[in-house]
Design a protein around this ligand. Sequence first.
Ligand code: OGA
Ligand code: MN
Length: 324
Amino acid sequence: MIAPLNSTSVSDRNACKAGLQPVSKWKAYTLAGYPGFMFILDPFLPGWQCYWAKQCLKTYPRKPNICNLDLHMSPGETKDLWEQSKERLRRKGPHKREAKSLLEKLRWVTLGYHYNWETKKYSPDRFTAFPVDLAYLSEQVTAACGFHQFKAEAGILNYYHFDSSLGIHVDESEMDYSKPLLSFSFGQSAVFLLGGQKKQDPPLPMFLHSGDIMIMSGSSRLLYHAVPRVIPNLEGGLLPSCLEHTSTSNNQHSEKDDWEICAKYLETSRVSVSVRQVLGVGQSFPVESDYEKIEDFQLSSYHQDYCMEKSEQKSVMSNVADSP
Ligand code: OGA
Ligand code: MN
């Protein structure tokens, strides 16, 4: 079923600033029996998926954002995965069995209120600024879908390869379920299973292709879902044609170099970006129990390590600057 969109709430100019086509041109669908579920078929302007994919690979994994590699490595070692991986990725042949670069070992990145995978909670102590560009994109998409004043407060980026999957789950850690859950797909395609309110409810399978946007809201907000398979894009090429790069920047050389690396990565990978509003209007985080405070203490020592490293870097820098 065609979804009604609110094309007056997003001007063509603002859509364009986020890399989106005018809302009047979007192909958006709802699903009978799943109120609040919406699917927008790749609404991006030519070249813009490359921008967003590059942000996911080069910019968003940088500190202070948190990624799976931080669980086993020091903040210094995971400071800039892109810089640490790009040469290895550039040189990588198509079938070579070489050691994986850090970017290839990346599985998830969290943004804004950093999701705690252990406690399954967000907390005010684990917050860093949410990327302004992704917040803007999310605001335009949610406004077009009829949601007012959506605030992008937390993001989970998932990095998939052909052997990856995401288990069945419900996203229920946010505190205001009246706010939609947004998800963007880039790179290779995936099979998405939309389940029901109970784990054993039979799921509805669908394809997610590069550029597609999914919205779970209303009574579909808390449905079970999973990504059992990543599959090569159905067009047959190494990359879907919507990821063909048309450079718009003056700085064409470095942009082309960066895209070469992104393209190589995406030939075997899929990136999904899920954006959430954690708190409702006027809501704040609940007061913590003593047990939770101990956990927070452990987390704050993690942050202290990170800050310490930063200030050590600074003093090294100032030593260099001070020396004759
Ligand atoms: C999630 C999620 C789906 C996807 O991050 O919670 O459901 O397409 N992602 O990767
Ligand atoms: Mn989910």
